[in-house]
Every structure is written in C-alpha cells, then in structure tokens.
Write a protein that binds this ligand. Structure first.
Ligand code: 2BA
Length: 110
C-alpha cells in the first residue's frame, strides 16, 4: 500500500476530492499554507493499493491546473546603508500538484 500526499490549489481541491471519491479512493482533506507564498492551499492524503496508485496519480494530473500568481519581492532594490525596500511584483507558476508517494508499513482501522 502507498500513501499519497498531494498539495494542491484550493481552486482544484473540491473537484479532486469528488473525482477521487467517485473512483473509490478514500481521501482526507487538510487546510494548509504554502511556505513561499504564505497563502492557503490544500493537502490531500489518500491510502491506495499498490495497483491503484497509477490511477490515483492520473486523476490528480487530470484535475489540477497550473496557475500564475503574483507575490511581492522583499529584496532591496538598492543595497548599502541607505538601501530602499521597494516591493515589486514577481510572477510564480503554482501547481498543478506537488505529490509525495510514501510506502505504508501498516494500515489499521481499530
Ligand atoms: P508555496 O511554498 O507557497 O509555493 C508556491 C509556488 O511558489 C511554488 O509552486 C513555486 O512555483 C514557487 N516557489 C516556491 N518556493 C520558491 C522559491 N524558493 N523560489 C522561487 N519560487 C518558489 P509549486 O512548486 O507548485 O508548489 C505549490 C505548493 O506545494 C507550495 O506552496 C508548498 O505548499 C508545496 N510544496 C512544494 N514543494 C514542496 C516540498 N518540496 N515540500 C513540501 N511542500 C512543498
């Protein structure tokens, strides 16, 4: 068995949970925050049988889009003692999904 940890954008999370559930996967949804953008995202965890892993990954790939987001740089535009901190926008492409697959040593429901 494998444990999938998928970090996705909030905009894709609801549809992804539905798609996974409709295809027989168990899933848990966690509200999380990305370290770089300091913005909300969603982490899904799902325990899947080894032979179903590719199917689950395919659903994640199909459902999650990449999107551009804008954040403010905190880097000074002019260095030195009189450095001026003028935030300027930087564009980052977020997603589709960041996926970790872990081996499960035990799966218990007690
Ligand atoms: P954030 O950390 O908020 O990152 C959002 C996006 O900002 C990233 O999208 C990436 O395009 C960009 N980014 C992140 N760190 C950067 C840096 N040091 N310099 C320049 N740009 C940077 P994704 O790569 O699609 O990541 C989406 C979210 O997935 C991340 O949100 C984070 O919550 C999670 N994530 C990504 N890589 C991870 C990792 N190795 N471990 C744990 N979580 C990760």
């Amino acid at each position: 068995m494998k444990l999938i940890i998928a970090i996705v954008q909030d905009e894709d999370a609801g549809r992804l949970v539905s798609e996974l559930m409709d295809n027989g996967f168990g899933v848990t949804k966690l509200a999380t925050t990305g370290g770089f953008l300091r913005a909300g995202n969603t982490t899904l965890i799902s325990g899947v049988a080894d032979e179903k892993l590719d199917e689950a990954i395919a659903i994640i790939e199909k459902t999650c889009r990449s999107r551009e987001q804008i954040t403010a740089s905190t880097t000074p535009m002019h260095g030195g003692a009189g450095g001026v901190y003028v935030p300027y926008p930087i564009h980052v492409t977020v997603g589709g999904a960041t996926v970790f697959v872990l081996e499960v040593s035990q799966f218990l429901k007690v």
